[in-house]
Design a protein around this ligand. Structure first.
Ligand code: SAM
Length: 247
């Protein structure tokens, strides 16, 4: 997964821009997704991240959250599945970021299909380098396995460390991560930053097929205490959705 923002001033057609992005989990799909009462049909073209169990777990948790009257920032919105739920759960405005304008155009398409009427601001931005704010809440499913960084937790750590630049005092940070990204490390970092942390919910699921294609990832995961478990020869990760209130 590329991790650097591409200029939005490019004149390339959107399809061409997306097709240049290749890699696992960037295949085209049409998905029926249900989070709580929120049913959606998503168009995911080639080059846009295909929602995984991590995103699905976050979506389920967001369906139980109240965003009434909030301006919510989502980093790395992908096809926009969480943005739809956040708007339907009462947000008054959304700011969505991605690394390429064509991905944001697709998210807008999916939001339009679901008749999301609140103001939607989109921004090509490299992770926490976002204009505007402070926002009432920040939501994200950060890159991890495919972060493309030697220090794989880069996006999780910078999210927590920079949250105070993006979220108002007393606002919320909501995100999902795998047990293989070290749950204690995130909890400690959020608490060191003065946040009050709760777990919105936890689930577990078998390894994604692409984990096995990255021996370095598997070796790192094996060093994380309780990073994964093995049942009947199948390895399972836990997926945790956090809600942290900023000081
Ligand atoms: C794990 S995917 C989540 C996508 C979507 N929210 C979901 O749950 O299906 C991470 C997303 O972050 C985007 N991304 C990667 N590097 C980024 C960066 N430096 N700044 C902003 N977004 C980034 C990717 O394009 C991808 O859509």
């Amino acid at each position: 997964m590329p991790s650097e923002a591409r200029s939005s001033s490019s004149a390339r057609p959107a399809e061409e821009a997306l097709e240049e992005r290749s890699g696992d989990n960037l295949y085209p799909a049409q998905l029926d997704v249900q989070f709580g009462d929120h049913a959606m049909h998503l168009d995911v073209p080639a080059g846009v991240w295909n929602p995984t169990p991590h995103g699905a777990h976050l979506g389920e948790m967001l369906a139980g959250c109240d965003f009434s009257g909030e301006h919510v920032l989502e980093l790395g919105t992908g096809c926009g599945l969480h943005a739809i739920v956040i708007a339907q759960q009462g947000a008054r405005a959304l700011t969505l970021t991605e690394i390429d304008q064509a991905i944001l155009d697709n998210a807008r398409h999916n939001l339009g299909k679901h008749e999301i009427a609140v103001p939607i601001h989109t921004q090509v931005a490299d992770w926490t380098h976002v204009n505007g704010g402070p926002f009432d809440a920040l939501v994200t499913n950060p890159p991890f396995c495919k972060s493309g960084k030697r220090y794989r937790r880069h996006f999780i750590d910078t999210l927590i460390l920079d949250a105070h630049k993006l979220v108002r005092p007393g606002g919320r940070l909501l995100f999902v991560q795998s047990s293989m990204a070290d749950i204690s490390r995130s909890l400690n970092l959020m608490r060191d930053c003065g946040m009050t942390v709760s777990v919105l919910g936890e689930t577990s699921g078998p390894f994604r097929a692409y984990y096995d294609e990255d021996p370095a990832f598997l070796a790192e995961a094996a060093r994380i205490p309780n990073g994964y478990s093995v049942r009947d020869g199948t390895r399972y990760e836990r997926l945790i959705a956090f809600e942290a209130q900023l000081p």
